[in-house]
Design a binder for this molecule. Structure first.
Ligand code: GTP
Length: 342
Protein backbone atom coordinates (compact mmCIF):
# COMPACT_ATOMS: atom_id res chain seq x y z
CA UNK A 1 0.00 0.00 0.00
CA UNK A 2 1.01 3.59 -0.58
CA UNK A 3 1.22 6.61 1.73
CA UNK A 4 1.54 10.29 0.95
CA UNK A 5 3.16 12.42 3.62
CA UNK A 6 2.50 16.15 3.64
CA UNK A 7 5.78 17.90 4.30
CA UNK A 8 5.19 21.21 2.57
CA UNK A 9 4.42 23.58 5.43
CA UNK A 10 6.73 26.38 6.56
CA UNK A 11 6.93 25.23 10.17
CA UNK A 12 6.53 28.72 11.59
CA UNK A 13 5.46 27.38 14.99
CA UNK A 14 8.76 25.54 15.29
CA UNK A 15 10.84 28.70 14.93
CA UNK A 16 13.62 29.48 15.65
CA UNK A 17 14.66 25.87 14.93
CA UNK A 18 13.29 25.97 11.39
CA UNK A 19 15.69 28.79 10.47
CA UNK A 20 18.33 26.05 10.17
CA UNK A 21 16.46 23.03 8.83
CA UNK A 22 12.99 22.44 7.45
CA UNK A 23 10.54 20.92 9.89
CA UNK A 24 10.60 17.34 8.52
CA UNK A 25 14.40 17.28 8.91
CA UNK A 26 14.73 18.42 12.53
CA UNK A 27 16.64 15.73 14.41
CA UNK A 28 14.81 13.37 16.73
CA UNK A 29 17.19 11.07 18.56
CA UNK A 30 19.78 12.20 16.00
CA UNK A 31 17.81 11.20 12.88
CA UNK A 32 15.52 13.41 10.78
CA UNK A 33 12.01 13.40 12.24
CA UNK A 34 10.41 12.27 8.99
CA UNK A 35 12.74 9.25 8.76
CA UNK A 36 11.14 7.87 11.93
CA UNK A 37 7.69 8.31 10.37
CA UNK A 38 8.76 6.65 7.10
CA UNK A 39 10.31 3.67 8.89
CA UNK A 40 7.21 3.18 11.03
CA UNK A 41 5.01 3.08 7.94
CA UNK A 42 7.38 0.55 6.37
CA UNK A 43 6.88 -1.71 9.40
CA UNK A 44 3.20 -1.87 8.49
CA UNK A 45 3.88 -3.06 4.96
CA UNK A 46 3.60 0.35 3.33
CA UNK A 47 6.16 -0.03 0.59
CA UNK A 48 5.79 3.16 -1.39
CA UNK A 49 5.80 6.64 0.07
CA UNK A 50 5.30 9.94 -1.72
CA UNK A 51 6.55 13.09 -0.04
CA UNK A 52 4.30 16.00 -1.00
CA UNK A 53 6.61 18.98 -0.80
CA UNK A 54 6.52 22.64 -1.56
CA UNK A 55 8.58 24.61 0.89
CA UNK A 56 12.37 24.17 0.45
CA UNK A 57 12.37 20.56 -0.78
CA UNK A 58 16.10 20.33 -1.61
CA UNK A 59 17.49 19.17 1.72
CA UNK A 60 14.81 16.48 2.01
CA UNK A 61 15.57 15.14 -1.45
CA UNK A 62 19.34 15.32 -0.90
CA UNK A 63 19.03 13.18 2.25
CA UNK A 64 16.51 10.55 1.16
CA UNK A 65 16.93 10.37 -2.64
CA UNK A 66 14.86 7.38 -3.84
CA UNK A 67 14.73 5.79 -0.41
CA UNK A 68 17.87 3.67 -0.78
CA UNK A 69 18.66 2.04 2.55
CA UNK A 70 15.04 2.29 3.68
CA UNK A 71 12.53 -0.51 3.12
CA UNK A 72 10.35 1.69 0.92
CA UNK A 73 10.39 3.27 -2.50
CA UNK A 74 10.33 7.04 -2.09
CA UNK A 75 8.99 9.42 -4.68
CA UNK A 76 8.26 13.14 -4.58
CA UNK A 77 5.42 15.39 -5.57
CA UNK A 78 6.43 19.02 -5.82
CA UNK A 79 4.23 22.11 -5.58
CA UNK A 80 5.19 25.37 -7.22
CA UNK A 81 3.14 27.26 -4.65
CA UNK A 82 1.63 26.01 -1.37
CA UNK A 83 -1.61 24.23 -2.17
CA UNK A 84 -2.69 23.39 1.37
CA UNK A 85 -3.12 19.89 2.74
CA UNK A 86 -5.80 18.75 0.26
CA UNK A 87 -4.49 20.74 -2.73
CA UNK A 88 -1.13 18.99 -2.24
CA UNK A 89 -2.86 15.60 -2.47
CA UNK A 90 -4.68 16.62 -5.64
CA UNK A 91 -1.32 17.70 -7.03
CA UNK A 92 -0.05 14.17 -6.29
CA UNK A 93 -3.09 12.51 -7.89
CA UNK A 94 -0.92 10.77 -10.47
CA UNK A 95 0.26 8.57 -7.58
CA UNK A 96 -3.23 7.62 -6.38
CA UNK A 97 -4.83 4.66 -8.13
CA UNK A 98 -6.14 2.82 -5.06
CA UNK A 99 -6.73 3.52 -1.35
CA UNK A 100 -3.93 5.59 0.07
CA UNK A 101 -2.76 6.74 3.50
CA UNK A 102 -2.34 10.49 3.89
CA UNK A 103 -0.30 11.76 6.84
CA UNK A 104 0.39 15.22 8.20
CA UNK A 105 4.15 15.22 8.20
CA UNK A 106 4.44 16.68 11.69
CA UNK A 107 2.50 14.02 13.58
CA UNK A 108 4.14 11.00 15.12
CA UNK A 109 2.26 8.09 16.60
CA UNK A 110 2.34 4.44 17.54
CA UNK A 111 -0.87 3.97 15.59
CA UNK A 112 -1.55 0.51 14.22
CA UNK A 113 -1.80 1.49 10.55
CA UNK A 114 -2.56 -2.10 9.51
CA UNK A 115 -5.53 -2.27 11.88
CA UNK A 116 -6.79 1.11 10.67
CA UNK A 117 -6.69 -0.16 7.09
CA UNK A 118 -8.59 -3.34 8.06
CA UNK A 119 -11.29 -1.20 9.67
CA UNK A 120 -11.45 1.04 6.57
CA UNK A 121 -12.10 -2.04 4.41
CA UNK A 122 -14.68 -3.50 6.82
CA UNK A 123 -16.62 -0.23 6.80
CA UNK A 124 -16.35 0.08 3.01
CA UNK A 125 -15.42 3.67 3.83
CA UNK A 126 -14.74 6.42 1.33
CA UNK A 127 -12.50 8.01 3.94
CA UNK A 128 -11.25 7.08 7.41
CA UNK A 129 -9.71 9.56 9.82
CA UNK A 130 -7.58 8.51 12.80
CA UNK A 131 -8.62 10.17 16.05
CA UNK A 132 -6.59 10.50 19.18
CA UNK A 133 -7.88 11.24 22.68
CA UNK A 134 -6.66 14.37 24.49
CA UNK A 135 -7.53 15.91 27.84
CA UNK A 136 -7.62 19.45 26.46
CA UNK A 137 -9.20 19.52 23.00
CA UNK A 138 -9.49 23.33 22.82
CA UNK A 139 -6.29 23.69 20.75
CA UNK A 140 -7.28 21.08 18.18
CA UNK A 141 -9.77 20.04 15.53
CA UNK A 142 -12.35 18.01 17.45
CA UNK A 143 -14.34 15.28 15.72
CA UNK A 144 -17.79 14.02 16.74
CA UNK A 145 -18.90 10.54 15.73
CA UNK A 146 -21.96 8.32 16.19
CA UNK A 147 -21.93 4.96 17.97
CA UNK A 148 -20.88 3.13 14.81
CA UNK A 149 -17.85 5.43 14.43
CA UNK A 150 -19.31 7.42 11.55
CA UNK A 151 -18.08 11.01 11.49
CA UNK A 152 -20.82 13.54 12.26
CA UNK A 153 -19.13 16.89 12.72
CA UNK A 154 -15.83 18.78 12.94
CA UNK A 155 -15.38 21.57 15.44
CA UNK A 156 -12.19 23.60 15.10
CA UNK A 157 -10.60 24.68 18.40
CA UNK A 158 -13.81 24.66 20.51
CA UNK A 159 -14.16 26.80 23.63
CA UNK A 160 -14.36 24.71 26.81
CA UNK A 161 -18.12 25.25 27.10
CA UNK A 162 -18.58 23.87 23.56
CA UNK A 163 -16.46 20.73 24.06
CA UNK A 164 -18.57 17.68 23.20
CA UNK A 165 -15.73 15.25 22.42
CA UNK A 166 -12.13 14.72 23.44
CA UNK A 167 -11.31 12.96 20.19
CA UNK A 168 -9.20 15.03 17.82
CA UNK A 169 -7.93 14.73 14.28
CA UNK A 170 -4.62 12.82 14.47
CA UNK A 171 -3.57 13.88 10.96
CA UNK A 172 -3.74 10.38 9.46
CA UNK A 173 -6.34 9.51 6.83
CA UNK A 174 -7.12 6.68 4.44
CA UNK A 175 -8.77 7.92 1.26
CA UNK A 176 -10.33 6.20 -1.71
CA UNK A 177 -9.18 7.67 -5.05
CA UNK A 178 -12.55 9.30 -5.81
CA UNK A 179 -12.15 11.60 -2.78
CA UNK A 180 -9.89 13.51 -5.19
CA UNK A 181 -13.08 14.63 -6.99
CA UNK A 182 -13.81 16.79 -3.95
CA UNK A 183 -10.58 18.77 -4.39
CA UNK A 184 -10.25 21.53 -7.01
CA UNK A 185 -7.21 21.48 -9.32
CA UNK A 186 -4.26 23.71 -8.63
CA UNK A 187 -5.96 25.67 -5.86
CA UNK A 188 -5.20 26.11 -2.19
CA UNK A 189 -7.57 23.69 -0.45
CA UNK A 190 -7.62 22.08 2.98
CA UNK A 191 -9.02 18.81 4.31
CA UNK A 192 -10.30 20.27 7.56
CA UNK A 193 -12.53 23.03 6.19
CA UNK A 194 -12.89 21.85 2.60
CA UNK A 195 -12.88 18.14 1.81
CA UNK A 196 -14.22 16.79 5.11
CA UNK A 197 -17.29 19.04 5.41
CA UNK A 198 -18.13 18.25 1.77
CA UNK A 199 -17.87 14.51 2.38
CA UNK A 200 -20.32 14.92 5.25
CA UNK A 201 -22.72 17.07 3.19
CA UNK A 202 -22.78 14.36 0.54
CA UNK A 203 -23.44 11.58 3.08
CA UNK A 204 -20.29 9.70 2.00
CA UNK A 205 -19.25 6.78 4.26
CA UNK A 206 -16.72 8.68 6.35
CA UNK A 207 -15.52 6.84 9.46
CA UNK A 208 -13.26 7.51 12.41
CA UNK A 209 -10.57 5.20 13.71
CA UNK A 210 -10.43 5.89 17.47
CA UNK A 211 -7.20 4.96 19.14
CA UNK A 212 -5.25 5.78 22.27
CA UNK A 213 -1.78 4.89 21.01
CA UNK A 214 1.01 7.40 21.64
CA UNK A 215 0.44 10.51 19.49
CA UNK A 216 2.14 13.87 19.24
CA UNK A 217 2.12 16.88 16.94
CA UNK A 218 5.75 17.96 17.10
CA UNK A 219 5.09 21.36 15.55
CA UNK A 220 6.22 23.54 18.51
CA UNK A 221 9.57 23.56 20.34
CA UNK A 222 7.90 22.16 23.50
CA UNK A 223 6.31 19.28 21.63
CA UNK A 224 9.46 18.68 19.62
CA UNK A 225 11.40 18.45 22.87
CA UNK A 226 8.82 16.07 24.27
CA UNK A 227 8.99 13.58 21.42
CA UNK A 228 12.76 13.33 21.83
CA UNK A 229 12.39 12.69 25.55
CA UNK A 230 9.56 10.22 25.04
CA UNK A 231 11.59 8.22 22.54
CA UNK A 232 14.57 8.10 24.88
CA UNK A 233 12.37 7.12 27.81
CA UNK A 234 10.63 4.41 25.79
CA UNK A 235 7.21 6.10 25.99
CA UNK A 236 6.91 5.72 22.22
CA UNK A 237 8.75 3.62 19.71
CA UNK A 238 10.65 3.97 16.46
CA UNK A 239 12.40 1.28 14.45
CA UNK A 240 15.36 3.70 14.33
CA UNK A 241 15.84 3.88 18.07
CA UNK A 242 16.35 1.23 20.72
CA UNK A 243 15.69 2.92 24.08
CA UNK A 244 18.74 2.33 26.28
CA UNK A 245 20.16 4.16 29.24
CA UNK A 246 23.37 5.29 27.59
CA UNK A 247 24.05 5.38 23.87
CA UNK A 248 27.60 6.48 23.21
CA UNK A 249 28.56 6.42 19.54
CA UNK A 250 31.94 5.90 17.93
CA UNK A 251 34.67 8.44 18.40
CA UNK A 252 33.30 9.91 21.64
CA UNK A 253 35.70 10.80 24.44
CA UNK A 254 34.13 10.92 27.88
CA UNK A 255 36.42 11.87 30.76
CA UNK A 256 36.31 9.24 33.55
CA UNK A 257 35.23 11.86 36.08
CA UNK A 258 32.29 13.03 33.95
CA UNK A 259 28.90 11.67 34.97
CA UNK A 260 26.18 10.62 32.56
CA UNK A 261 22.78 9.78 34.02
CA UNK A 262 20.55 8.31 31.35
CA UNK A 263 18.82 8.24 29.13
CA UNK A 264 21.61 10.06 27.33
CA UNK A 265 22.57 9.78 23.66
CA UNK A 266 25.94 11.00 22.44
CA UNK A 267 26.35 10.95 18.65
CA UNK A 268 29.68 10.34 16.91
CA UNK A 269 32.72 12.38 17.82
CA UNK A 270 31.51 14.14 20.98
CA UNK A 271 33.78 14.97 23.88
CA UNK A 272 32.79 15.42 27.52
CA UNK A 273 35.34 16.98 29.85
CA UNK A 274 36.35 16.36 33.47
CA UNK A 275 33.56 16.65 36.01
CA UNK A 276 30.92 17.53 33.41
CA UNK A 277 27.45 16.28 34.28
CA UNK A 278 24.82 15.21 31.74
CA UNK A 279 21.42 14.17 33.06
CA UNK A 280 18.83 12.70 30.71
CA UNK A 281 16.74 12.66 28.83
CA UNK A 282 19.40 14.37 26.73
CA UNK A 283 20.42 14.06 23.10
CA UNK A 284 23.81 15.40 22.09
CA UNK A 285 24.43 15.55 18.34
CA UNK A 286 27.54 14.79 16.31
CA UNK A 287 30.78 16.59 17.14
CA UNK A 288 29.66 18.49 20.27
CA UNK A 289 32.38 19.55 22.69
CA UNK A 290 31.31 19.77 26.31
CA UNK A 291 34.00 21.22 28.50
CA UNK A 292 34.85 20.31 32.08
CA UNK A 293 32.38 21.28 34.78
CA UNK A 294 29.54 21.92 32.34
CA UNK A 295 26.06 20.77 33.35
CA UNK A 296 23.44 19.61 30.84
CA UNK A 297 20.01 18.46 31.97
CA UNK A 298 16.96 17.41 29.98
CA UNK A 299 18.17 19.17 26.84
CA UNK A 300 18.70 18.68 23.13
CA UNK A 301 21.94 19.80 21.52
CA UNK A 302 22.15 19.51 17.74
CA UNK A 303 25.52 19.17 15.98
CA UNK A 304 28.90 20.84 16.39
CA UNK A 305 28.10 22.82 19.53
CA UNK A 306 30.76 24.06 21.91
CA UNK A 307 29.82 24.25 25.57
CA UNK A 308 32.54 26.02 27.54
CA UNK A 309 33.60 25.28 31.15
CA UNK A 310 30.95 25.44 33.86
CA UNK A 311 28.13 26.41 31.48
CA UNK A 312 24.69 25.21 32.63
CA UNK A 313 22.04 24.11 30.14
CA UNK A 314 18.70 22.99 31.54
CA UNK A 315 15.45 22.15 29.70
CA UNK A 316 16.76 23.76 26.51
CA UNK A 317 17.15 23.12 22.80
CA UNK A 318 20.22 24.40 20.96
CA UNK A 319 20.51 24.33 17.17
CA UNK A 320 23.75 23.38 15.41
CA UNK A 321 26.93 25.39 15.53
CA UNK A 322 26.25 27.35 18.74
CA UNK A 323 28.94 28.40 21.19
CA UNK A 324 27.86 28.52 24.80
CA UNK A 325 30.19 30.65 26.87
CA UNK A 326 32.05 29.82 30.03
CA UNK A 327 29.66 29.88 32.99
CA UNK A 328 26.67 30.84 30.78
CA UNK A 329 23.33 29.63 32.10
CA UNK A 330 20.45 28.64 29.82
CA UNK A 331 17.18 27.43 31.23
CA UNK A 332 14.03 26.67 29.23
CA UNK A 333 15.43 28.28 26.08
CA UNK A 334 15.38 27.42 22.40
CA UNK A 335 18.41 28.89 20.70
CA UNK A 336 19.41 29.16 17.07
CA UNK A 337 22.20 31.51 16.11
CA UNK A 338 20.90 31.42 12.53
CA UNK A 339 17.67 33.13 13.55
CA UNK A 340 17.40 36.63 12.07
CA UNK A 341 18.02 39.38 14.58
CA UNK A 342 15.27 41.96 14.77
P1 GTP B 1 3.12 26.00 10.87
O1 GTP B 1 3.68 26.99 9.88
O2 GTP B 1 3.92 25.96 12.12
O3 GTP B 1 1.64 26.05 11.08
O4 GTP B 1 3.43 24.63 10.23
P2 GTP B 1 2.92 23.89 8.95
O5 GTP B 1 2.31 24.79 7.94
O6 GTP B 1 4.10 23.09 8.53
O7 GTP B 1 1.90 22.90 9.61
P3 GTP B 1 0.35 22.69 9.62
O8 GTP B 1 0.06 22.14 10.95
O9 GTP B 1 -0.39 23.88 9.15
O10 GTP B 1 0.19 21.55 8.51
C1 GTP B 1 0.00 20.19 8.78
C2 GTP B 1 0.89 19.36 7.87
O11 GTP B 1 0.61 19.61 6.51
C3 GTP B 1 2.36 19.65 8.07
O12 GTP B 1 3.06 18.43 8.02
C4 GTP B 1 2.75 20.50 6.90
O13 GTP B 1 4.07 20.23 6.49
C5 GTP B 1 1.76 20.05 5.83
N1 GTP B 1 1.37 21.15 4.97
C6 GTP B 1 0.75 22.30 5.33
N2 GTP B 1 0.52 23.06 4.25
C7 GTP B 1 1.00 22.36 3.18
C8 GTP B 1 1.06 22.63 1.77
O14 GTP B 1 0.64 23.68 1.27
N3 GTP B 1 1.64 21.67 0.99
C9 GTP B 1 2.12 20.51 1.49
N4 GTP B 1 2.67 19.62 0.66
N5 GTP B 1 2.08 20.23 2.81
C10 GTP B 1 1.53 21.15 3.63
Amino acid sequence: MKAIILVGGEGTRLRPLTYSVVKPMVPVANRPFIEHVICKLALHGIDEIVLAMGYKPDSIYAYFKDGEGLDVKLTYSLEEKPLGTAGAIKNASGHIKESVFVLNGDCFSDLDYSDMHRQHLRNKAKATIALTHVEDPTRFGVVETDASGRVLRFIEKPKWEDVTSHWINAGVYILEPDVLDYIPDNQFYMFENGVFPRLLENGAPFYAYHNRAYWIDMGTPEQYHRINSDLLLGNCSSPLHAARDLIISEGCEVHPSASLTGPVMLAEGCSVGAGARITGPAVIGRGCRIAGGAVIENSLLWEDITVAEDAIIINSIIASGAKINKGQRLQGQTINHKAPTT
